[in-house]
Design a protein around this ligand. Structure first.
Ligand code: PMP
Length: 355
């Protein structure tokens, strides 16, 4: 730290992203990336020399073509779409735009929410998940604050009932409710259609998981026209070109081969179910997941010890220090062959070979 840093950031605890080792060094099951590469059209677009020549130009600050393509895909108008540099960027801008009365979210959820809120200086309150890690809907009714819910939640993988989501949105009609749907494509319910009914709802989505484009950094939000205008106002006050030209182009192309990505989501969901069953056979408790990861604990080994022993054997999973979940690991679903190696390695660690 230098002596020049603003006093207010000196003790601020920033977010710690999952480890990103050198490619090929580990089987990477720690940051919820897709194990499948982007589709052939998307890859060709990323390397298109004509596109590369146009990099001398700024991107379209209004991202008209990208918004048009997203609007068509999701059955909304381009004026209902906001695009940003990953969905983290959307969370940040939304918290800043709508969190002035404070924010409320679960104690166990995406670890960036409290960092963003703290960084912006918005007060926030966390509500304890029940012991089975489900959300108590009553905690989110009539809050007088901006409500933020990841659905399905991370790292638990659990989703709420649609009727409960509606209750939360309706009872907080004076505040924005942001539903973070980073993982909805793997079997969860999409709440994009509800944005037509509720003018206080933002549905936040990403290309990082289901579209295999974590490295391109593209997120989008769907909401009422008024909320989108507000988000644009803030974006144009901070970084009008937050989505770069190449990313905007490949974002459009990815939608042209959406079937490829949806097929991958299906494969990942199947592999998730297989992995869940295999872990259960080994005595693990696995929370039923609607995402591309599972959250699991074993009565035979601590979460931290399993994490460390897997790492020693070149498999990375995500372990969180938070006391309530320290016995768990979050395991991203890789290709079926990766998960077979993972299961065999867990057996070896537990001394259960041959079972
Ligand atoms: N929301 C949740 C719940 C996440 O797990 C992540 C990924 N870490 C994000 C948002 C952000 O994703 P990205 O910025 O890559 O779109």
């Amino acid at each position: 730290m230098s002596k020049f840093l603003n006093e207010k950031f000196k003790d601020f605890q920033e977010y710690t992203p999952g480890e990103q080792p050198k490619a090929g060094e580990y089987i990477k099951l720690n940051t919820n990336e897709s194990p499948y590469p982007p589709g052939p059209l998307t890859r060709a677009k990323a390397c298109d020399p004509e596109n590369a020549k146009r990099l001398r130009l700024y991107p379209d600050p209004d991202l008209r073509a990208l918004k048009q393509a997203l609007a068509k895909r999701y059955g909304v108008e381009p004026t209902n779409v906001f695009c940003a540099n990953g969905s983290d960027d959307i969370l940040y801008v939304s918290f800043m735009a709508f969190g002035q009365d404070g924010l409320v979210f679960p104690d166990i959820t995406y670890g960036f929410y409290d960092v963003f809120a703290g960084f912006i200086g918005q007060p926030f309150e966390t509500k304890k998940l029940k012991d089975d890690f489900t959300i108590d809907v009553n905690d989110y009714l009539n809050t007088g604050k901006m409500v933020v819910i990841a659905d399905p939640n991370a790292p638990t993988g659990l989703e709420l009932l649609t009727s409960d989501i509606r209750k939360i949105i309706e009872s907080n009609s004076d505040h924005v409710v942001l539903i973070d749907q980073a993982y909805a494509d793997f079997g969860g319910t999409s709440y994009i259609p509800l944005t037509k009914e509720y003018d206080n709802l933002i549905v936040c989505c990403t290309y990082s998981k289901s579209r295999s484009l974590a490295g391109a950094r593209l997120g989008f939000a769907v909401a009422s026209e008024g909320l989108i205008k507000d988000l644009e106002k803030l974006k144009f006050s901070m970084n009008p070109y937050s989505v770069n030209r190449t990313t905007a182009e490949i974002g459009i192309t990815a939608l042209e081969e959406d079937d490829y990505y949806m097929e991958n989501c299906k494969k990942i969901a199947e592999t998730r179910e297989w992995t869940t069953e295999e872990l259960k056979k080994l005595g693990f408790y696995v929370i039923p997941s609607k995402t591309n990861f599972i959250f699991a604990s074993s009565p035979d080994i601590s979460g931290e010890s399993l994490y460390t022993q897997l790492k020693d054997r070149k498999i990375l999973v995500r372990h969180f220090d938070n006391e309530r979940i320290s016995n768990y690991n979050r395991i991203t679903i890789g290709k079926r062959e990766d998960m077979s190696i993972f299961i065999d390695t867990v057996k070896e660690i537990l001394g259960k070979q041959g079972e």
